[in-house]
Design a protein around this ligand. Sequence first.
Ligand SMILES: Cc1cc2nc3c(=O)[nH]c(=O)nc-3n(C[C@H](O)[C@H](O)[C@H](O)COP(=O)(O)O)c2cc1C
Ligand code: SF4
Ligand code: SF4
Length: 248
Amino acid sequence: MTVLYFSSTGNCLYIAKRIGGKLFPIAECIHEENFDIEDTEVGIVFPVYGLCVPPFIVDFIEKTSIQTSYLFAVATYGFFPGAVCGQLSEIKTKNDRSFDYINRLKMAENCITFSDMAKQKGDSKKQQSQIDELLADITEHKKFIREDSPFKKLMTKNHIKNYEFETGVGITDMISVSADCRGCGTCASLCPMKNISISDGKPVFGNTCISCGACLQNCPRNAIHHKKEKSSARYRNPHISLEELKIS
Ligand SMILES: Cc1cc2nc3c(=O)[nH]c(=O)nc-3n(C[C@H](O)[C@H](O)[C@H](O)COP(=O)(O)O)c2cc1C
Ligand code: SF4
Ligand code: SF4
């Protein structure tokens, strides 16, 4: 089994690890132009952004040829997933393959401008039993697409039109780097878009930000701050280490 994941604070990586198999960061596949995947089972685990499948995930799926007998996807989200499952069910791989199984999973919210990271809870019993159900579904190759309510469909339709996290300046014009920065380069090695370089001992941001928050959530000195952050608390999934999130 091959599991492709995108994860800025570890929720999706944790789920990918629970599913098992060979794990590959989607960011690495994009940088290495690895758009051919073949395995008996292939899965994609990604976070919901702005009630939608993030556009870089859509691009990746549409560019990638996936040869498999079972193609599944799991979207993790924090507060409201919209109709992300329905949206994904209409997206096909380069070789015209659609998904056999799409589900969503509520986890900690990692959008720093929307929620206070200090209030994000660890595992709940409910969450763990949902993960167990999901793992059982995948093991038995269940065919299933999670149904979205009409309200969720309407919300996602409106959000797709005004998608707010396009690639570009992203959040970088809203962030500042404090004197606590030691120029360690961790933020640069975490950025899935290779949008950070270190110059004169400080991070310099380019124009390919997707607003994922990996840099500011995981800075070991907590030196990166967003003008609109709810608090200075930071979140990383309790099962995932900083090293595991670095993109090679
Ligand atoms: C830019 C951005 C937008 C987000 N938008 C949503 C959203 O619309 N709905 C939601 O429920 N969660 C949203 N989230 C929260 C993430 O989907 C959620 O915390 C996810 O589990 C993070 O996974 P990761 O830790 O693997 O990156 C957003 C997070 C970010 C950074
Ligand atoms: S991770 Fe933090 S301390 Fe290290 S270079 Fe980036 S901002 Fe500075
Ligand atoms: S600069 Fe920060 S927020 Fe933007 S893509 Fe890179 S890690 Fe994510």
